[in-house]
Every structure is written in C-alpha cells, then in structure tokens.
Ligand binder design. Structure first.
Ligand SMILES: [Zn+2]
Length: 267
C-alpha cells in the first residue's frame, strides 16, 4: 500500500501564534519538533496498517521544516516546492491508495484557530469557491480526488476536523486542539501523537472511502490585503477585478483552479 502524507504546522498541538510557526523565532523549535512527532506518528500508524511505501510532503512555509531522520523508514520526504500546482500535495499521483493530512488548520476568516488562513496569511484576506470559504483542506482534498486518491485522515484543529466531517464523513478526523481568539487549548503533545498514530492505523485499516465528487463549477474569488497585489494579478488570464482588492475567476476544472491559485497567490 502506497500512502501520501501532507504536513502543515498551524494545526499541530500547541501552535498558537505566528512566532510558533516561523523559522528563526525561539518558539519555532518546539512546534517544529511537534510537527515531526505528529507526522512520524501518522507514518507509524500507516506502517502498522500495512503501508509499504510512504511519501511525505512538507507543506508549511518554504516546505523545509520536517527532519527526515525523525520519520520512520521507508518514508521519503519531499522538501521544498517545485511550483507544481498540486502545492501542498506536490508528488501525489494515481499510484497512491490513500492520503493523510496532518497539522491542517481552519481556513481564512474562520475563528477556530488564531492561525487560520488559506495559502497565505500575509497576502490574502479571504478566499471563496462558489461563494463558500475555501480551506487548504478542501483545495487539496479535491486535488487528491482529481487523481483518484481519497483523503482518509485529517488531523489539526477542531474547526478543520468539523469541516472534514461535514463535507467528507468517511474521512477519519483527529482534533488535537481548539482555538478561541488569540488562544488555543491543546491535547498534551504525547496524547496528540498517540491519537494521530491510532487514527492513521484505523483510517487505513478499513476499505478506503470512495473518492469524493468534485464540484460541478469552480468560481473562485480572492480578496487580497493589499490593493497593489490585486492590481497586478488582475492581468492573469480570465481574472476579473470585482473591486480594488477582490479578483474573480471561473475555472473549468480542478487543475485550472490549482494553477490559478499558484499565480494568484503564490507569485
Ligand atoms: Zn497552512
């Protein structure tokens, strides 16, 4: 069984402020270590369930956070980004049987995590698809579905787990913390690790859920924090400025959405 793991940091136990997730800050080391531990736990659960090949995408910031030595062999680590529109699931393809998302967090504008954002907290104020808030979980669940791979486990804050349970009830969700205002309340780090290991093993120990349906239409709206960022990106083919900070674009399929996000957010 070949398993893909996508790992973020804002949803790991304890992470609460931007400093906790930013390289170079004294707090970062503690939460980088927790990210290592939670991702290793997901890999260990996958191995216990029979995984024979695991690819882990480090999907936070510059994609260079995880320590490969902290992961159990034979897990292989994708470090850094090559710019492929699959972004947080770069490297995922139809050869995988399942995907696990670890350390995921509430989307932009959600009060369930002080670190809630979608793709870029620095650039984006809001992102919607077909009029509903768009999370990194939804973007990458659809990316996985577009190559026929179901997401079987989501771990992170309660808000993103609630979104997973609502949209894709067959996905196992493991919440390790809740957020209110600028605060979080988390499981003990060791309890979070144990819950993720058990969740991964349980999620992969049963027949994988059906691959989710993709949306019938892909109307994306992106609101920037900065008018200059919106102005230049309005020249992206198909983009339309709704106001000085908001662009809209109708994409034909999932890959077009992913590609638009690379150019409307990433550059
Ligand atoms: Zn993120």
């Amino acid at each position: 069984m070949k398993v893909f793991v996508s790992a973020d940091i804002e949803g790991v136990a304890g992470a609460t402020s931007r400093d906790d997730c930013t390289k170079g800050s004294p707090e970062y080391r503690q939460f980088q270590a927790q990210m290592d531990a939670e991702v290793a736990a997901a890999c260990q659960g996958a191995l216990a369930a029979g995984a024979t090949d695991i690819v882990v995408k480090d999907a936070h910031g510059d994609g260079r956070n995880l320590s490969a030595a902290a992961l159990p062999a034979p897990a292989r680590l994708v470090r850094g980004y090559n710019g492929h529109p699959f972004a947080m699931v770069q490297g995922l393809d139809a050869t995988f049987q399942a995907a696990l998302f670890v350390g995921y967090h509430a989307g932009a504008g959600d009060g369930g995590n002080p670190l809630s954002h979608t793709l870029s907290s620095r650039k984006l104020h809001a992102v919607t698809l077909n009029g509903e808030p768009l999370s990194e979980l939804a973007i990458h669940t659809w990316a996985a579905a577009s190559v026929g791979v179901p997401v079987v486990l989501v771990t992170g804050d309660e808000a993103i787990c609630a979104e997973a349970e609502k949209r894709w009830p067959a996905t196992v969700a493991v919440a390790v913390k809740s957020g209110a205002g600028a605060s979080t309340t988390s499981l003990h780090p060791a309890d979070a690790v144990a819950a993720i290991r058990a969740g991964a093993e349980a999620a992969l120990g049963v027949r994988p859920p059906a691959v989710p349906d993709l949306p019938a239409e892909w109307h994306l709206e992106v609101t920037y924090r900065d008018v200059a960022a919106a102005y230049v990106r309005a020249f992206y083919p198909g983009a339309e400025a709704l106001d000085a900070r908001t662009l809209a674009i109708d994409c034909r399929d999932c890959f077009e959405l992913l590609r638009a996000l690379v150019f409307l957010v990433g550059l």
